[in-house]
Design a protein around this ligand. Structure first.
Ligand code: PSU
Length: 307
């Protein structure tokens, strides 16, 4: 039991109490990751995909001093319409302050993992995790998502780390932190908009059953932390690496010229890449989130069956 200020929707509360599969979803992707109204459309569709997979979706956000786990459609819409500068982008560091000041906060991967774990949810689907930013040797900009994966026992399904990052350094840090990085169904690590990164995955698994069993084994071994499942974007939705890389380079150069820093870097880059690809990057992003939600629902169902 927890003393945390959790507000579970009736559906999520019932699912947890009766042992049904539940998949957590984050809200930063809604407020800071995609423009309105595509963000709302994505948020609704992703919940639908999880329901179709036989699990209950639990979108997480902070409002009015409480952690909401499972949002009504009205709340989802209000969040999707909230301008990015009016919602805090919450990670481990600012979750408590947001709650005590009563502000609205959107949860990143790190904060969503914390909240999911408090509620007893073991699986979480998102687009791409944060990681080591390019030039981190000077800026020290490394997402708190990586540390969270090392300490909070939630299985995160993502299409790898966002390709705007320094991917080799991101995987190195995860290895150092002892986080299992499991490529789903292929030998190569995926790279968000592209199926392949050219980097061999440290681990590979081919079935949701195996992934669920690995999470249970970590618990039996008393190992802290979660697992990252790196699920490649469906082939029909991918932007191949040779097409997306020049676009990423241009967006990065512009971010540097405009001195964009800290929490603004990722939203700035995603928005510029959206503009430079004429919206194609957003279509891919939505497709990969839905694909991750499908797999996460499957893993959550296996975890319930194996329990
Ligand atoms: N997945 C997406 N789009 C996003 C994110 C994930 O498809 O915008 C968000 C997640 O909340 C993740 C955050 O935690 O981006 C990483 O931000 P940063 O690089 O600033 O740590």
């Amino acid at each position: 039991m927890t003393d945390a200020p959790l507000h579970l929707s009736p559906e999520v509360s019932d699912a947890i109490a009766t042992g049904k599969p539940v998949v957590a979803l984050e809200s930063t992707i809604i407020t800071h990751g995609m423009p309105y109204p595509q963000n709302l459309d994505m948020a609704r569709k992703v919940e639908g995909v999880i329901r179709d997979g036989g699990a209950v979706p639990a979108t997480i956000a902070v409002m009015g001093g409480q952690i909401h786990i499972g949002l009504t459609d009205d709340t989802l819409e209000a969040l999707a319409r909230t301008p990015p500068d009016q919602a805090m982008k919450l990670s481990r560091a600012d979750l408590a302050v947001c709650l005590t000041t009563g502000r609205t906060g959107a949860t990143t991967v790190a904060a969503t993992m914390i909240c999911a774990h408090l509620a007893g949810i073991r699986v979480f689907a998102t687009g791409g995790i944060g990681g080591v930013h390019r030039g981190a040797e000077d800026s020290f900009d490394i997402s708190a998502d990586l540390q969270e994966l090392a300490q909070t026992p939630v299985t995160v399904v993502a299409a790898g780390a966002k390709a705007i990052l320094d991917l080799p350094k991101t995987w190195e840090v995860l290895e150092t932190l002892g986080v299992p990085v499991i490529a789903y169904g292929q030998d190569d690590l995926p790279a968000f908009w592209s199926r392949n990164s050219g980097i061999a995955a440290p681990l590979r698994m081919d079935s949701p059953d195996q992934i669920a069993a690995a999470a249970a084994m970590r618990a039996r071994l008393g190992l802290k932390g979660g697992q990252l499942v790196a699920n490649p974007i469906p082939p029909e939705a991918e932007i191949p690496r040779d097409q997306i890389m020049p676009v990423i380079e241009q967006a990065l150069a512009e971010a540097e010229a405009q001195k964009i820093a800290a929490k603004s870097v990722t939203p700035f880059l995603l928005q510029r890449i959206f503009e430079l690809t004429g919206g194609r990057s957003l279509d891919s992003n939505i497709a990969l989130v839905l694909n991750n939600a499908r797999l996460a629902a499957d893993i959550a169902a296996r975890m319930v069956r194996q329990a």
